[in-house]
Design a protein. Structure first.
Length: 384
């Protein structure tokens, strides 16, 4: 009997076994814990790996796009990659990216636009030097409201399909050790919701996983994405510094399940976690208490909204700078997971300041120290 190999080209259809909100009632957050059932897949993963999920668009978004495209959805279009014929509604559901306006679509609308003012607006956006304005314009539109803003332009379903970007898989850091949980994958997800251009928007995959998929329904296409380096040290005695605010906490829950509950490692572990309020947003608090019983875990948490002046994980690093530096000097592995835009930069700046102050070296030498940590594969990041 042949075993099926599940991968990106042939994803496994998982079901959601459990799903609940991690924040307590009263929180302004909606961070959720999900358990995916991998039973029968043969899929294996290591701590530090991610899971890829192929999402499905919400029905209301598909209908808005069909209406804006003046289509019924029953039309058939041909996929460029395979030549396969599928319904237009099926394409918009799982194949085409309808939340982001491609520059290809924008340029084609410009070429066909007969309204002089609207044509001029698009021409200005595409001028050299207007990159930020173009980026802002694209960020506040989805395909449906961009098409409605240019009702003078018409596309056949096939033309529109060819102008859309593909709907790509989304990746989530795995928050469980398979050696501890078996044929499951645990995820820590914050559904993305925001307003732009006067309309409510949602993250495609976070909305799909946290709201649309029925529990127990084996319809979620998944595959394992190896971490390529974001992994535990081979030495079970090696100390570990872990910095993961918000959903960045995910891989460290997995690390500690593996190190403390499965391997019973004797090394020291220091976790920096950050969120809004201790009373509502102390994710996995019971897990950290369990880990403390099984091994050496120190937890420093920064709750930014619990006092007048906001306190973040980088402030906690600097507050304990002397000891933090001593851990690095004693061979600690340093891990950072979470937001790449601000958090990771602020954390690295704090680490550099700590190294500079307590190592009694200048800024360039501190930067070289961090570079050396990277080269030794002792400074590892999973940022997005």
């Amino acid at each position: 009997m042949m075993t099926v190999a599940y991968n990106k080209q042939n994803p496994f259809l998982a079901s959601i076994k459990e799903r609940y909100v991690l924040s307590k009632p009263g929180s302004k957050k909606n961070t959720q814990h999900l358990v995916l059932n991998l039973r029968g897949s043969g899929l294996t993963y290591e701590v530090g790996d991610s899971i890829g999920v192929f999402p499905r668009h919400a029905t209301d978004l598909i209908n808005k796009t069909l209406q804006a495209a003046k289509a019924t959805g029953q039309e058939h279009i041909q996929l460029k990659q395979t030549g396969e014929l599928i319904s237009f509604v099926g394409f918009l559901s799982t194949k085409g990216n309808i939340t982001d306006v491609s520059q290809k679509l924008l340029k084609e609308v410009l070429a066909r636009q007969t309204n002089a003012d609207k044509k001029h607006e698009l021409e200005q956006l595409l001028e050299e030097g207007n990159r930020e304005a173009l980026k802002a314009y694209l960020a506040c539109h989805e395909v449906w409201d961009f098409l409605l803003a240019h009702v003078e332009v018409n596309f056949t379903p096939q033309e529109l399909a060819d102008l859309l970007m593909p709907l790509l898989p989304r990746f989530y850091s795995i928050s469980s050790s398979q050696r501890y949980v078996g044929e499951e994958v645990h995820l820590t997800i914050a559904p993305l919701e925001y307003e732009s251009n006067g309309h409510k928007r949602r993250g495609v995959c976070t909305h799909y996983l946290c709201e649309l998929v029925e529990l127990g329904d084996p319809t979620v296409p998944v595959f394992i994405q190896p971490s390529h380096g974001f992994k535990l040290p081979d030495d079970l005695q090696a100390p570990m510094l872990m910095i993961g605010p918000g959903t960045g906490i995910a891989p460290f829950r997995a690390f500690l399940q593996e190190r403390l509950l499965h391997r019973r490692a004797k090394g020291r572990h220091w976790l920096f976690f950050g969120e809004w309020n201790r009373a509502y947003d102390f994710f996995y608090e019971e897990d950290w208490r369990t880990f403390e019983q099984y091994g050496h875990l120190r937890l420093d948490a920064a709750f930014s909204r619990d006092q007048a002046e906001k306190v973040y994980v980088q402030h906690k690093i600097f507050e304990h700078g002397e000891e933090f530096f001593r851990w690095l000097e004693e061979g600690a592995y340093l891990y950072v997971c979470g937001d790449a835009q601000r958090m990771a930069k602020d954390v690295e700046a704090a680490i550099q300041a700590v190294i500079q102050e307590y190592g009694k070296i200048d800024a360039q030498a501190a930067r070289d120290y961090i570079k050396c940590l990277r080269q030794q594969k002792r400074y590892l990041r999973d940022v997005y």
